[in-house]
Design a protein around this ligand. Structure first.
Ligand code: PLP
Length: 396
């Protein structure tokens, strides 16, 4: 018996445990401190009424013999695929129902998708980025290279920002980005689509934060770019869109026109899901469909507006202070350059000691994050305002 030795190559994910250890130790030595976290990566507002009411009705259906449901179809109920199709139509993107696969979230699908690709692929991952892409590829044993984000490209790497030359088979993109909050424009995404097609590569586009894009000129789906249906898979999530981080629901779009060596990627993913996945609960899917109904969309937009207000409060303060940052407009994340060229963890310590505000050191999201720092907009508005006043006082 052999274990998967690739797991031995993983670097321990110390970021959030190191943050909470430092905060805990500070709390013990300063019990009077009013600590505010701008490091929260989880939503804090409750589910929309339209969602909970649909979920209550679904529970009632399950308690009657005539309306009881067992296993869900593996790719999801048509009522939710219909709702997702309608949501994409609002973006000007036509999808066939069979191109939409309901899942328990974008994280699972971002990792599971590697099942349908060979293990000897060359994979291109942005640096810095959501750590799941790197770790799932290390587990799989693929060859990982990086596309480099930095101040020079506003943390939006394009094909020319890749490490060295060589074949590329799988390209990860995340927009709006975690952790940088940066959002690709159409021309930048078009460069990636053209590059993928020229290299016969596939793009894995993580759109977990698409709902934060509120400018029609900015793409919130890669399928708004010509040619993307021939080269891209898109991951969507109800987590940040509708507060489903604990409820768990997402969907992955695999176009029928996506074929490699004459094999349909849509069919492979369908086969993978029907073999290894048994669907999302009826109650959850009813709640998710309600989030995409006209009433639900209005209600979830109220929550998004609340977070976006926080984000602009943070961004406006940094602008006044002359601190370089990305994000904060079409994203719940603000990514700032640590003042005085400080390193990420040094700035973390300084901020905690001088202002009792907690953020996330950028270095934890990849080597190019060193010297940068992530603040998030998921907190309570009064606390965000208080935290930013303290930061403004410290940096003025
Ligand atoms: N993708 C990105 C970029 C994320 O930041 C997150 C969560 O933080 C996810 C995916 C996970 O989404 P889900 O909750 O749908 O698994």
């Amino acid at each position: 018996m052999r274990l998967n030795t690739n797991y031995g190559k993983l670097v321990d994910s110390y970021l959030f445990s190191a943050v909470s250890k430092k905060v805990e130790s500070f709390r013990q030595s300063h019990p009077e401190a009013d600590i505010i976290s701008l490091g929260i990566g989880d939503v804090t507002l409750p589910l929309a009424k339209a969602v909970t009411s649909a979920m209550h009705n679904a529970v009632d259906e399950l308690s009657g013999a005539a309306t009881f449901k067992g296993y869900s179809p593996e790719a999801g109920y048509d009522f939710l695929r219909d709702a997702a199709q309608g949501y994409y139509a609002l973006k000007g993107v036509d999808l066939d129902l069979c191109e939409i696969f309901i899942s328990d979230g974008a994280k699972s699908d971002c990792g599971n998708i590697l099942d349908i690709f060979g293990a000897n692929n060359n994979v291109l991952i942005p640096n810095p980025v959501y750590p799941v892409y790197v770790d799932t590829n290390i587990m799989r044993g693929t060859n990982v290279r990086y596309s480099n984000g930095g101040v020079n490209n506003n943390f939006l790497p394009v094909p020319r920002d890749t490490d060295s030359s060589g074949a590329v088979d799988i390209i990860y993109l995340c927009s709006p980005n975690n952790p940088t909050g940066a959002v690709y424009d159409r021309l930048q995404l078009k460069q990636w689509v053209d590059y993928a097609i020229a290299n016969q590569a596939i793009i894995l586009f993580d759109a977990a934060y698409e709902a934060f894009v509120s400018d029609d000129n900015l793409p919130s789906s890669i399928y708004q770019i010509d040619g993307a249906k021939e080269c891209a898979i898109e991951f969507c999530s109800f987590s940040k869109t509708a507060g489903f981080t604990g409820v768990r629901c997402g969907y992955t779009v695999v176009p029928q026109s996506l074929n490699f060596d004459g094999i349909s990627v849509n069919k492979l993913w369908g086969r993978r899901q029907s073999t290894k996945f048994n669907g999302v609960s009826y109650i959850t899917q009813k709640g998710a469909a309600a989030a995409l109904s006209p009433e639900g969309l209005k209600q979830i937009k109220d929550n998004l507006r609340y977070y976006k207000n926080n984000a602009s409060l943070i961004a406006n303060t940094l602008t006044r202070l002359g601190v370089w940052y990305t994000g904060g407009t079409h994203s719940p994340y603000i990514w700032l350059k640590c003042p005085n060229n400080m390193k990420s963890w040094d700035f973390f310590d300084l901020l905690l000691q001088k202002t009792n505000v907690v953020g996330t050191p950028g270095e934890g999201f990849g080597a190019n994050g060193e010297g940068f720092f992530r603040l998030t907009a998921f907190g309570n508005h009064e606390n965000v305002a208080k935290a930013m006043q303290r930061i403004e006082r410290m940096l003025s």
